[in-house]
Design a protein around this ligand. Structure first.
Ligand code: UD1
Length: 418
């Protein structure tokens, strides 16, 4: 296990370049098995979730290699339709493989997916949607067995706009017989990226970014090269870091439209923000007003993946903030750790009341999930005194070179083995 040792209290200055979006790259990797030609993902981040997904592709028989930051996937020899428990338990996105593996082989067998423990995270919508496409599904001994000679286009109405279910159904129907209409689809920009990628492979997907996605099945998809969208959650994390530490940061390779809900909150609390092309400039110092209410909701609402960092920021704002987590039941694991750092927070169910304190104090804290771990690191670099943040395995799932980027901006943070 590894931990950060952090000496907090220094402002951040300089430039931070954002990686390609984890949540865009993962479904693109799943989509790569829809063709037997080579796929290239440019600027592919070497984060743990991506490396685990590459492990799954290799298990299926795909050849993968990095050339610099470009990932090449050759699935011409892919022959295996089973994803074993050891790999599936490492990341939840393994469930996307269902849609694409069924589309490629007519069957799939996968262990129930793992991922960060932030709530129940059921996959009922994925499975009922796949059934609508004609997939026969049996669940046995922790495995899901799917069989379908060829998925058939259908109307699918999602009970709630699940990102993963929308993506899985797009993957399963890209080569289906006929047209699939997904209603109440999630509208996250990562779904638009998946649509664009599949269309570059010769697919016919339209409507992503809206509530109705239409997928006209095609007989064959071909190889393609693609540069995924920037990671809006990583960009948001560094913007919140600047708001907490003070200073002046330029965030490069960012799309401000994708994090409009966060930029709105940061302006409200008195951060100065300027957007030019793909750069977001943030300047903060002195007093921060409290954001008052932060309520997570599906895109374009405030992203649940920025709730933990935002809670850390609210801890040192002037006044009280109510944080409502509407997506995941147990996504407040960072709160007891923030309290160890001097935060004043009360949690009742899905709501946290944060009463701002002047500053956080250094402490030894433990990351309990990916975004919670990032939030604790931000708390540590902004706090007075020394902190340690343990279990960096979570942070490594989603952030590449997290501490290098923070250190380049002036934070005192280093990684050590425990
Ligand atoms: C994706 C993101 C994750 C983000 C989340 C919400 C990826 C790899 N992960 O996760 O970072 O936090 O969107 O923006 O893209 N639900 C069901 N049944 C289902 C599926 C989902 O009830 O079959 C519920 C979930 O419990 C949750 C809500 O729908 O309350 C949204 O979940 P979903 O959008 O599916 O999240 P993920 O795709 O897992």
């Amino acid at each position: 296990m590894e931990k950060y040792i952090v000496e907090g209290g220094r402002p951040l200055y300089g430039h931070i370049e954002i990686q390609s979006a984890k949540n865009a790259v993962l479904p693109l990797l799943a989509a790569s098995v829809l063709t037997d030609e080579t796929v290239v993902i440019h600027k592919c981040p070497r984060i743990r979730d991506v490396l685990n997904m590459i492990g799954i592709l290799e298990e299926l028989g795909c050849g993968t290699r990095f050339d610099g930051d470009d990932l090449y996937i050759d699935s011409s020899a892919a022959a295996n339709h089973e994803i074993p428990a050891a790999l599936a338990k490492e990341l939840r996105s393994s469930v996307f493989m269902l849609g694409s593996v069924i589309a490629r082989f007519g069957r799939a067998r996968i262990a129930y997916p793992g991922g960060c423990d932030i709530g129940l995270r059921p996959i009922d919508l994925h499975l009922s949607g796949l059934r609508r496409l004609g997939v026969a599904i049996a669940e046995d001994g922790g495995y899901i067995d799917c069989v379908c000679e060829k998925p058939c286009g259908a109307e699918v109405l999602l009970d709630c706009p699940s990102v993963g279910a929308t993506e899985n159904l797009i993957l399963a129907s890209a080569r289906a017989e006929g047209t699939t209409v997904i209603r109440n689809a999630a509208r996250e920009p990562e779904i638009v990226d998946l649509q664009n990628f599949i269309n570059r492979m010769g697919g016919k997907v339209k409507g992503a970014g809206g509530a109705v996605v239409v997928v006209e099945g095609v007989r064959k998809l071909h190889g393609a090269a693609y540069t995924p969208m920037p990671d809006r959650i990583e960009a948001g994390t560094f913007l919140i870091a600047a708001a907490m530490c003070g200073g002046k940061l330029a965030i490069g390779n960012a799309n401000a439209d994708h994090i409009a809900s966060l930029l709105h909150k940061l302006r409200e609390i008195s951060c100065k923000i300027r957007v030019q092309d793909d750069k977001i400039y943030i300047e903060c110092g002195g007093k921060r007003l409290s954001p008052k209410l932060v309520e997570t909701s599906p895109y374009p609402g405030f992203p649940t993946d920025l709730q933990a960092p935002m809670t850390a920021l609210a801890c040192i704002c002037d006044g009280a903030t109510v944080i409502v987590e509407n997506l995941f039941e147990t996504r407040f694991k960072h709160v007891p750790e923030l309290i160890r750092m001097g935060a004043d927070i009360t949690v009742r169910g899905r709501t946290a009341l944060v009463r701002g304190v002047r500053s956080l104090k250094g402490a030894d804290v433990i990351a309990g999930d990916l975004r919670g771990g990032a939030a604790l690191t931000l708390a540590a670099i902004s706090a007075e005194g020394e902190s340690t943040v343990t279990d960096l395995g979570y942070i490594d799932r989603g952030y590449s070179e997290f501490e290098y980027k923070l250190r380049g901006a002036g934070a005192r943070i280093r990684r050590v083995r425990v």
